[in-house]
Design a protein around this ligand. Sequence first.
Ligand code: NAD
Ligand code: GLY
Length: 367
Amino acid sequence: MEKLTVDLGARSYPILIGDGLLGDVAAQVAPLLRRPRTMIVTDAHVAPLYLPRIEASLEAAGIKSSSLILDPGEGSKSWGGLAHVTEWLISEGVERSDHVLALGGGVIGDLVGFACHIVKRGCAFIQLPTTLLAQVDSSVGGKTAINVAAGKNLIGAFHQPALVLIDPETLGTLPPRELAAGYAEVVKYGLIDDAAFFAWCEENGAALLAGDSAARHRAIAHSVAAKARIVAADERETQDVRALLNLGHSFGHALEAETGYSDKLLHGEAVAAGMVLAHYFSAAQGLCSEADAQRVRDHLAAVGLPHSLKSARITASGEALVAHMAHDKKVRGGKLPLILTHGIGQSFVTEDYGLGAVAAFLDTPPA
Ligand code: NAD
Ligand code: GLY
């Protein structure tokens, strides 16, 4: 078992990574509990696969648990989903010193984290992420949110978990398309500031996606260490450090909005195409070499991820796409900070490029 720490002073917490950890969840959770009682929130895909082993582990340790099983998918990250979770927690007698278990992907983690932030003015929660995206990104860092009609993740809070338990064996049941989408977020850490890790991805990405357990462990541990470092440096995204985690997201956000946040384009798939576009846009501005942009595109294409507007099946005009970007919650003072790059592993935040330039680029992208 590997142990990392998110270093946030009094709110620091451990991240444990190990095959089979979910089957022994009580050993990690019990020391945190003030009373032998916990509540588990999960979804209907994950529950039959992993809930019984968690309940068995807790029961064997004398910890009483109850569970709430939600509909899978983004639809649960809503006002209705939030009301459902918070009212269920209250009906279960949740106490402020309790630790609620969030078992599932980013949808469950984001929703349960936010519910725990507001229920009885706040209780603790533990992330048990079961998708690659959640294991390398969303379970760490304390961003919690729901979606509303005006957009994704617009209502939320920073609420750090008390513990993150990552069991990479759960990836064995994840649909391949979801796995590949999560892999885009792994590649992102290389592209942000770690060219050697991007080279590792080029060498090992295909094996990771095919099931190589050592490659999965390495990718998760490396990604989570990078995320922990970034979150510790800029927890609330006020210093242009955590913002680097949005590499590919402004372009990707436009593609997701254009496809109605539907399963036509998963979040990680939009991020993959967005990262390629960010590199080609940087090359078009003379910031990075075209060869680097091509390298990014070639790797993402090689693992079957969308790597261009065409492969993401986007036909909208540049103007229509930047109209989505203008509604991004990262807009400040009317300007959208973009994450651009001087080359692989050399990304930076800038407000120097207007949306007009982005629209013109998107009308004739080289990728
Ligand atoms: P998800 O939670 O919807 O999970 C994807 C699908 O896989 C679902 O159908 C789920 O039921 C299923 N599933 C989960 N684990 C499984 C397993 N082990 N075996 C089989 N099926 C399994 O999606 P996601 O990609 O994990 O998360 C996306 C969400 O994460 C979005 O809402 C996004 O906004 C959010 N997100 C948050 C952050 C953050 O920092 N908080 C970062 C990135 C993304
Ligand atoms: N996934 C972006 C962040 O955690 O900041």
